[in-house]
Ligand binder design. Structure first.
Ligand code: ATP
Length: 287
């Protein structure tokens, strides 16, 4: 900890302030009734007829895929492979998320879940349509991008700064992050020595140490063990209770069932179902 204090003092050049609490003001006047009540607050995320299209340059089009004649003709005609392929990953998705919502996003591989989350985080521009958010959305694993060659300790400090915390807040949260991640003495070692599960746990611990308006979690809990999953679910509930909004992509439907009050089922880039977790997950598992 002495190391950390020095680090902080060096960076800021100031005396530690009284630990500050993360004070947030929400326009939602309605108090949360309980951890799993369906909220009726004000919207935090509005997705309006969103379309996301990836452009892949140099990709083979359907008609020339694996076709030796086409490849030969291209060589004869001295054509390179200038084709541009478009992947229409999200096709006209619309929904509104509210304060206190924890929304599970399910769907088969390639159905557009990660693309949707990245678009809500503002990392992908809409081809058409729009995403409106109240507050800063944070995509877990990107906003707190960690550096493999640095120690866990330094990554915690940098990750917290990257999320906009003050030195006082970093100092206040540091031990809690280490304890939550369960990486113990590994915190002093470079992240390159961590297992993927340890890295994922540290990322989740850092990202969720801050109260987020909109927290987007993409499969980040998948590599954790049972105990860590339980802790993470508890943490997600806390975020919900403080009236943040959580989006959770997970292939493990139990995690979604236990954490979310609403589920969106994406199928080939479109919403197939949006509603109560029990109903949506029952329909999804049926086929
Ligand atoms: N960077 C990219 N460039 C081109 N196409 C992409 C890119 N990322 C994703 N895609 C395509 O967009 C579609 C949706 O992908 P996406 O990763 O959002 O699906 P997903 O539901 O999250 O899948 P998974 O469950 O496998 O993680 C897929 O057809 C995928 O091939």
């Amino acid at each position: 900890m002495a190391d950390l204090t020095e680090e902080l003092a060096k960076v800021k050049g100031e005396e530690p302030a009284v630990p500050s609490k993360d004070v947030r003001v929400h326009p939602d006047p309605e108090p949360a009734k309980g951890p799993l009540d369906v909220p009726t607050g004000t919207p935090t995320v509005i997705v309006d007829d969103l379309h996301i299209v990836y452009r892949v340059y140099g990709a083979a089009s359907e008609s020339e895929k694996g076709n030796a004649v086409n490849a030969f003709m291209r060589i004869v005609k001295r054509q390179g492979r200038p084709q541009m392929k478009e992947v229409h990953a999200v096709k006209g998705v619309s929904f509104v998320a509210y304060h206190g919502d924890a929304i599970g996003v399910v769907g088969r591989n390639g159905s557009g879940k990660s693309t949707l989350l990245r678009a809500i985080a503002g990392l992908l521009p809409p081809h058409s349509g729009a995403v409106y958010t109240d507050g800063q959305p944070s995509l877990l694993g990107v906003n707190a991008a960690l550096m493999r060659e640095l120690t866990g300790e330094r990554n915690i400090i940098l990750g917290c700064y990257a999320m906009g915390m003050t030195p006082a807040e970093v100092r206040e949260k540091y031990q809690e992050i280490v304890d939550f991640s369960g990486i113990d003495e590994f915190v002093q070692l470079p992240m390159s020595t961590y297992s993927s599960g340890m890295g994922a746990r540290l990322r989740f611990a850092i990202s969720s140490a801050k109260t987020h308006d909109v927290l987007l979690i993409d499969e980040a809990l998948a590599t954790g063990d049972r105990e860590f999953r339980k802790k993470s679910e508890q943490r997600i509930r806390q975020i919900r209770e403080s009236a943040g909004t959580v989006f959770l992509v997970a292939h493990d439907l139990r995690v979604i069932q236990q954490t979310c009050n609403r589920v969106i089922w994406l199928h080939k880039g479109k919403i197939k179902m949006d509603g109560d977790p029990k109903e949506v997950l029952a329909a999804y598992t049926k086929g």
